[in-house]
Ligand binder design. Sequence first.
Ligand SMILES: CC(C)(COP(=O)(O)OP(=O)(O)OC[C@H]1O[C@@H](n2cnc3c(N)ncnc32)[C@H](O)[C@@H]1OP(=O)(O)O)[C@@H](O)C(=O)NCCC(=O)NCCS
Length: 166
Amino acid sequence: MKSEFRNVTIEPGVMIGNESLDIKNNRRIPQTGVVHIGEGTFIGANTTIALGRNPDEPTIIGSNVNIAPLVLVAHSCIIEDDVIIHGGARLAGFVTVHKGARIGMGACIRNRVTIGKGAMVALGAVVTKDVPPFEIWGGVPARKLRDCEVFPPDPMDSVVRSGYSI
Ligand SMILES: CC(C)(COP(=O)(O)OP(=O)(O)OC[C@H]1O[C@@H](n2cnc3c(N)ncnc32)[C@H](O)[C@@H]1OP(=O)(O)O)[C@@H](O)C(=O)NCCC(=O)NCCS
């Protein structure tokens, strides 16, 4: 399978396609999958996006995704369209972030966790469980803080309309 990048902005120092380590078993795992990145996506400086674990489980970054500097997206994550990931956030392997969700600065998301559509993860959160759609979760470990009132059809617009100070 071939990776495709169209109309994607990639800032300096970005690493796309690096391998990862199996921390439980203390070994390097060869990643044989690819990375797909959708149109209109922005990837901030010094961000790392790992290869997919294997050809059937690629790493997928959707369209119009905004990824700030210093983010880590590990192997086989699926980031759907219109997601915003703020600086320094780290997503472990096989994390799924559904459409329009927002991940706050420095948040850390456990492997195989799913962040629901339109949900928000607060800055500094450590997310160990699935976050349902349209909820805001924060803290260590993360818990529900409250509901998200506004579903963002356009993520940048939603920042203004929802009144979040992000
Ligand atoms: C989650 C967030 C949107 C909440 O903002 P808010 O609605 O204005 O919430 P408030 O500051 O009024 O706090 C409401 C409650 O949530 C708690 N809270 C807020 N942010 C929190 C966080 N990051 N982690 C844990 N708890 C948090 C507050 O302590 C407060 O608790 P209390 O009711 O027990 O006092 C905001 O804190 C946040 O994390 N924004 C993302 C910032 C970011 O990453 N910006 C990127 C800029 S580049």
